[in-house]
Design a binder for this molecule. Structure first.
Ligand SMILES: *[C@@H]1O[C@H](CO)[C@@H](O)[C@H](O)[C@H]1NC(C)=O
Ligand SMILES: *[C@@H]1O[C@H](CO)[C@@H](O)[C@H](O)[C@H]1NC(C)=O
Ligand SMILES: *[C@@H]1O[C@H](CO)[C@@H](O)[C@H](O)[C@H]1NC(C)=O
Ligand SMILES: *[C@@H]1O[C@H](CO)[C@@H](O)[C@H](O)[C@H]1NC(C)=O
Ligand SMILES: *[C@@H]1O[C@H](CO)[C@@H](O)[C@H](O)[C@H]1NC(C)=O
Ligand SMILES: *[C@@H]1O[C@H](CO)[C@@H](O)[C@H](O)[C@H]1NC(C)=O
Length: 495
């Protein structure tokens, strides 16, 4: 009996070794290895209405891989956008201090010196630079002065062009969703077949639309050619200045003052005092300024919840009368037909989220969107307040915002039932906020190489396959041996 047990020992040991090998190989290597050193990067997104700070991080040894950079944390700067400090630039710098102090805590001290820090300003500063280049220069100087006082590797404060803003938003979205290249289970990089996603951004002072097209743009101002990971991309982009949400609300307010003396997009029961000076101050509204008005006399304006009149105010923001190309979106701007899937973020997301979650409306089609907008615009002030008691400051403006979004998407950009089905409204991809900031940093740190990545992981993967096969063969051999012993034992006991 003891002899029989002894003869079973070798195959059992073999089986144990095989099993152990397989188990060890299946444990994710990430959990076993030391965590790789992390690198960090900081971008301040200085928008027209507010500034946000994003801290990104990535494993130092994988700098050029797609989808590797993640968002470590973010911080919302209190107060308005940096362009709102035109009269007192030093306060623009001061406003950033709280978030920067937070960054000092969140980025490990030994990394401070090699953490790049960028400030990018968008349409709010583009407008200020148009009305007063001196004021915009002194605001940039003031924020630069604050940023250089920190131990980070400060790389400058700049105003992005509308084209950059659009393209970097597109890069961010497609990078986060790994649409450029993907590291597959077969151990090599490949280009996902799903293609890239178009990007639509709605900021406070401008709105951008960016998507890949097959045909060349008829207006070179709308075309950007990119080489990313060895692949060429032809991208259409346009940024409409003064078509951001806040500027649109101001322009509608100006037309409401002039043509009606009441505001059809505001809810019935809501009324407020308007100072004409505040309305006409923006260069987006200046052309609507009447010849004679008393800029310091407050005007009382009340809402009437009138969807049809509100629509007619919004429609007047778009000019379809002339197009010198084969096709235009509006205001004579060339645009090929929208194609493929899109992601719509920032204020597009917030507006859609209000329709869906606060109003409880289903918005899956162009027609449902139209119905939803009419429903919001027909709400009285007390009905709206009952639905979202916490949002008092924003509530009166959801009708105008939603009406504008609907007109922009359907009539402006030309989305119809089929193409609208391919638009998703989201503000994040994974843990990261979708916006131009990440794409801006990736470009400025050269983290998206123009060449295709090397197949350096392939060898690791090959070794892994061989080890798995060896362990499996070991296990199989042990099982066969055990079975044979069992057969022999059975046979001998039968005799
Ligand atoms: C990333 O790419 C750049 C240029 O393509 C190269 O110089 C750099 O060494 C690469 N970094 C890593 C970590 O592979
Ligand atoms: C302001 O606008 C002018 C003219 O478009 C441009 O040359 C200049 O670079 C802008 N200023 C900044 C700080 O971007
Ligand atoms: C403008 O309005 C202010 C405040 O209501 C008033 O004091 C002033 O007299 C007005 N000026 C003119 C020219 O009407
Ligand atoms: C529309 O644009 C054309 C050409 O730029 C211009 O002549 C016309 O006045 C504009 N119409 C409106 C309503 O702004
Ligand atoms: C607005 O709502 C009222 C009821 O509150 C309804 O009678 C009316 O038909 C609605 N109007 C529109 C345009 O939906
Ligand atoms: C990114 O940076 C490179 C220079 O490093 C530049 O040539 C390229 O145009 C930039 N890409 C975009 C989209 O601006």
């Amino acid at each position: 009996m003891a002899g029989k047990m002894l003869s079973l020992l070798p195959p059992l040991l073999l089986a144990a070794a095989g099993l152990a090998g397989l188990l060890l190989l299946c444990v994710p290597t990430r959990d076993v290895r030391e965590p790789p050193a992390l690198k960090y990067g900081i971008v301040l997104d200085a928008g027209s209405s507010h500034t946000s700070m994003f801290i990104y991080k990535w494993p130092a040894d994988k700098e050029n891989d797609t989808g590797i950079v993640g968002q470590h944390s973010s911080c919302d700067v209190h107060g308005g956008g940096i362009s709102s400090y035109a009269d007192n630039p030093s306060r623009a710098g001061q406003s950033l201090v709280e978030c920067l102090d937070q960054a000092l805590q969140q980025v490990p001290k030994e990394r401070h010196g090699d953490t790049p820090l960028y400030l990018g300003a968008t349409a709010g500063m583009r407008l200020l630079n148009m009305t007063s280049p001196e004021a915009s220069a002194s605001v940039l100087a003031a924020v630069t002065q604050t940023l250089t006082q920190y131990p980070f590797d400060f790389r400058g404060a700049h105003i992005l062009s509308g084209q950059d803003e659009g393209v970097f938003g597109w890069v961010t979205a497609n990078y986060l969703l790994e649409n450029f290249i993907k590291y597959g289970w077969v151990g090599r990089w490949f280009r996902p077949r799903k293609g890239t996603l178009g990007a639509m951004d709605l900021g406070g002072a401008s709105t951008q639309i960016t998507f890949e097209t097959a045909s060349p743009a008829e207006d070179p101002a709308n075309e950007v050619q990119l080489w990313l990971y060895g692949q060429p991309y032809r991208v259409y982009t346009h940024s409409f200045l003064c078509y951001g949400r806040d500027q649109v609300l101001l322009r509608l307010l100006a037309s409401a003052l002039q043509t009606h003396g009441f505001h059809p997009c505001w809810p019935r029961g809501y009324s407020t005092q308007v100072l004409p000076q505040d309305v006409y101050e923006s260069p987006c509204v200046a052309s609507q300024q009447p010849q004679a008005f008393n800029s310091s006399a407050r005007v009382s304006l009340s809402g009437t919840s009138d969807p049809a009149l509100c629509r007619s105010l919004v429609v007047r923001l778009f000019n379809f009368s002339s197009c010198r190309f084969s096709r235009c979106s509006f205001n004579g701007i060339f645009q090929p037909p929208v194609a493929g899937k899109f992601i719509a973020f920032s204020a597009f997301f917030y507006t859609m989220d209000f329709l869906r979650t606060v109003m409880g409306l289903s918005v899956a089609t162009v027609q449902q969107l139209e119905v939803a907008v009419v429903t919001v615009c027909n709400q009285t002030w007390s009905e709206l307040q009952a639905r979202a008691p916490g949002q008092r400051a924003h509530l009166p403006h959801y009708c105008a915002g939603a009406m504008f979004m609907q007109q922009l998407l359907s009539r402006g950009y030309g989305f119809h039932e089929r193409t609208f089905g391919g638009v998703t409204f989201q503000k994040k991809a994974g843990d990261a906020t979708v916006g131009w900031a990440l794409g801006y940093m990736l470009n400025l740190t050269n983290m998206i190489p123009a060449e295709p990545p090397a197949l350096r992981k392939g060898t690791d993967f090959g070794a892994w396959v061989v080890l798995v096969l060896l362990s499996a063969i070991l296990l199989l051999a042990a099982t066969v041996l055990l079975l044979c012993r069992a057969c022999v034992a059975k046979g001998s006991s039968a005799i």
